[in-house]
Design a binder for this molecule. Structure first.
Ligand code: M6R
Length: 599
């Protein structure tokens, strides 16, 4: 996730771009830059915060674009900072999203000089090519976005061309209509001090923003986008209108999930390409994949282990990073350690990875943070591409970690020649349908809130599931306990009768995941066991099975092994709503930190 801004109007653009970018820094802050344009183009960009940009004392240009970056393709360096320019230095581009097919597009641009490792730069060169065919920047950008696979919110300016051309697909972009000029921005936060009149571009729109007005095209035809008035205050705007970052991030999951798979699935060959240096022969020979992590990332590993074993027929183990030892009897040449960490800075996970490396074991870091210690120290890094997560409770990054591990499992299975083509094709379809399925749950937030309100007084809460739903039960309990401070425990459903059942009473709601991938028929027996002790059951079942004899039943769209991951969204909303009724400080729960950098 990155932040983009653009202004064209009667005032100097530079101070407006800088102030706007500072409001967008929560979206990413590893580097920043602006481009100012009139008959010539001037670009200022560098690693660091917006406030550290080396800018002229004042500048006459009244049009420009700016960017604050959260790295996905390419490390945080001056060269990788946006805006990116073409060979002539006349075109500048800012981008939020991922150009999935940038490698292919780059190969179609022989003779162009690329100066960065980013996916975005290809857009500047494509616009340069198009401007040899048309002198209309909007037409040029429209032709370019037709060739882009993946997600984008784009702002493009060119020397001698009036205004900004903007385009979006699957990345947010809002247009601000001001009295002394018009804006584009990733969200309304930077616009509120200038205007409360905004319009939202839709997927596939290309807009031309000038000081006089805004015109929008879709599929080559002019269209109107309604101008709305924003009522939020500045604090609410930063959180996208949500009360807490956690809720915003729960709602960002469809977008995060699209980003996790962007550019990684070859639709024609129905294959996964993760661009790792791990060779197919190493993966073919590997005896064991050890997954190490803490907290929510540990739960994602539990899901990943089952995917690896199911798809790739490889021994996979999961260990708490804080408990990890290399163990005896392992051949370092045939072992892979995968460290999963949202922040990439968790001390326990780093310790485990370093321990593995010291014995000659290859390491793969799965992280959200480009340039983090995990990414730098591992032999390979695989990014989950979820964008910054600010709430202490991990939500969207759990979903993105599971999806990234699913892609990894498919790739390992392929390398080992173990992938059943029908199973692989089904999972690829399900991965692509996942964002839509998650959205259907998010649309039911009010129903979850009503249930949370009814059951928030529980003495304790138990979460049960089997197979792929066991990590989700553990994760549901962790979410609830960390933000509501209620006693919550997650169990494999079959374990209940071996002890925890003694805790179950009519005052302890049980949240049961009964979806596909979770052996619902067997868990149904455990549901009966707790109901006969008086406990109310909130069941999350496949759509076809939710009409069971439960106190509450929520449905999940058909999605095979990914259904428990969709069920998890109900549990996130439940935890959030319970904590909200108790007025807890949801984004900063007591005693916890977002990144735990001590052992
Ligand atoms: O940054 P990491 O993924 O390594 O963090 C691991 C845990 O500290 C983290 O998942 C923690 O459990 C979250 N607060 C859970 O919501």
């Amino acid at each position: 996730m990155c932040g983009i801004i653009g202004y064209v109007g009667e005032q100097s653009a530079q101070p407006r771009l800088v102030a706007g970018l500072q409001k967008l820094e929560y979206r990413g802050y590893d580097s920043a830059g602006i481009a100012l344009v009139d008959d010539a183009l001037s670009v200022y960009k560098q690693v660091g915060l917006v406030g550290e940009l080396d800018l002229p004392a004042d500048s006459p240009q009244t049009c420009g674009i700016g960017h604050t970056r959260w790295s996905t393709h390419g490390k945080p360096t001056d060269a990788n900072a946006h805006p990116h320019t073409d060979c002539t230095g006349d075109v500048a581009v800012v981008h939020n999203g991922i150009v999935g097919n940038y490698d292919d597009l780059r190969a179609e641009l022989p003779g162009h000089e690329f100066r960065s490792e980013t996916d975005t730069e290809v857009v500047a060169h494509l616009v340069e090519e198009e401007l040899t065919r048309t002198d209309d920047l909007r037409e040029a950008v429209a032709a370019v976005v037709d060739r882009i696979e993946g997600s984008y919110a784009l702002g493009v300016v060119a020397a001698g061309y009036d205004g900004i051309v903007a385009a979006r697909r699957n990345s947010p972009l809002v247009v601000g209509h001001g009295s002394d000029g018009n804006f584009i921005a990733s969200d309304v936060t930077p616009l509120l001090e200038h205007t409360r009149s905004v319009s939202y571009l839709e997927d596939g729109d290309v807009a031309h923003i000038t000081r006089e007005g805004v015109s929008v095209w879709h599929d080559g035809d002019p269209v109107e986008r309604t101008v709305k008035t924003i009522e939020w205050d500045a604090d609410a705007a930063e959180k996208g209108g949500y009360e807490h970052y956690m809720l915003k991030e729960i709602h960002e999951q469809p977008q995060a999930l699209r980003q996790a798979i962007a550019g990684r699935i070859d639709p024609l060959e129905e294959r996964v390409d993760l661009d790792l240096s791990l060779s197919a022969s190493f993966l073919d020979d590997v005896d064991e994949i050890q997954l190490v992590a803490c907290g929510t990332s540990y739960h994602a590993c539990l899901y990943g282990k089952q995917l690896l074993e199911t798809l790739a027929d490889v021994r996979a183990t999961v260990e708490f990073a804080s408990e990890y030892t290399v163990g005896s009897g392992r051949d370092p040449e045939r072992t892979l350690v995968v460290g999963v960490s949202q922040s990439g800075e968790t001390a326990d996970t780093l310790r485990a990875l370093r321990m593995a490396r010291r014995t000659g074991i290859r390491t793969l870091g799965v992280t959200n943070t480009v340039g983090s210690t995990v990414a730098r120290e591992c032999d390979d890094a695989l990014y989950i591409q979820a964008g910054p997560e600010i709430g202490v409770a991990a939500t969207k990054t759990f979903a993105s970690q599971v999806v990234t591990l699913a892609l990894f499992a498919l790739s390992v299975a392929d390398s080992r020649g173990e992938l059943d083509p029908a199973v692989g094709a089904q999972l690829l379809d399900d991965l692509q349908a996942l964002p839509g399925a998650v959205q259907t749950i998010l649309d039911r937030e009010d129903e979850v809130a009503a249930v949370a309100d009814a059951y928030a007084g529980g003495e304790a809460f138990f979460f049960i599931g089997r197979r792929f739903a066991t990590p989700v039960a553990l994760e549901g309990a962790l979410k609830l306990k960390e933000i509501s401070y209620d006693h919550a425990e997650g169990f494999p459903a079959g374990e209940l009768k071996h002890g925890p059942l003694a805790l179950v009473t009519e005052g302890t709601p049980v949240l049961a995941v009964l979806t596909d991938g979770a052996r619902p028929e067997e868990t149904h027996n455990n549901v009966k066991e707790v109901q006969s002790r008086g406990a109310p059951v909130i069941a999350i079942a496949s759509e076809s099975g939710r009409e069971g004899d439960y106190e509450v039943g929520f449905g999940v769209p058909e999605l095979g092994l990914l259904e428990p991951l969709v069920a998890n969204v109900y549990l996130q909303l439940f935890a959030y709503c319970v904590a909200d009724t108790k007025e807890r400080p949801i984004d900063r729960p007591r005693n916890l930190a977002k990144s735990v950098t001590v052992e």
